[in-house]
Design a protein around this ligand. Structure first.
Ligand code: GDP
Ligand code: MG
Length: 160
């Protein structure tokens, strides 16, 4: 769909981002979306869902055995979650930078968690931590047909 091959190559990277129930309840959806949008990333999938506990356990499978695992999965399944896929060059790694450190007490000011959260168990947002997790999490939360590919007139102003 995009003519410029450099833009096409840059588009290939995608990450899974979710606003957790605390972020939704606190009215932070537009605040968080705007940070990704203003950076230049492209929203290619989005839905508001209440995950089941079993689904939450699958999502956080790598953390099973941790003392907070059960509470974390109860929490993620406690209300609406805004599940999203964002696309752009370097979005996996830089998305984590935008989000900030896991514990908001350690998140830098200017990051989402640094500016908007206090507790590690209520840190409002999830983001894939690497290319493999991004692929797995996108596949867990979205059907292939829910993922869009489209060009924007700004693409050529974002990528050289
Ligand atoms: P993330 O990738 O930065 O979200 O962090 P992890 O993948 O390590 O952990 C997943 C989520 O579990 C975090 O976002 C926190 O909400 C929660 N979590 C991680 N560590 C702790 C902890 O020590 N205590 C509690 N209560 N929750 C934690
Ligand atoms: Mg993680």
């Amino acid at each position: 769909a995009v003519q410029d091959p450099s833009v096409e190559a840059a588009e290939l990277e995608r990450t899974f981002i979710a606003i957790k129930p605390d972020g939704v309840q606190r009215g932070l959806i537009s605040e968080i979306i705007s940070r990704f949008e203003r950076k230049g990333y492209k929203l290619v999938a989005v839905k508001l869902v209440v995950p089941t506990k079993e689904f939450a356990m699958q999502h956080y499978d790598d953390l099973k055995g941790r003392p907070f695992f059960n509470g974390l999965c109860d929490f993620l399944s406690s209300g609406p979650v805004l599940a999203m896929v964002w696309e752009g060059q370097g979005v996996i790694k830089y998305g984590r930078k935008l989000i900030g450190a896991t514990a908001p007490q350690n998140s830098e000011p200017g990051t989402i968690r640094g500016d908007l959260a206090i507790s590690v168990g209520r840190n409002i947002i999830h983001g894939s931590d690497g290319p493999e997790t991004a692929v797995a999490e996108i596949a867990l939360w979205f059907k292939p047909e829910e993922l869009l590919s489209y060009s924007k007139v700004t693409d050529k102003w974002l990528y050289e």
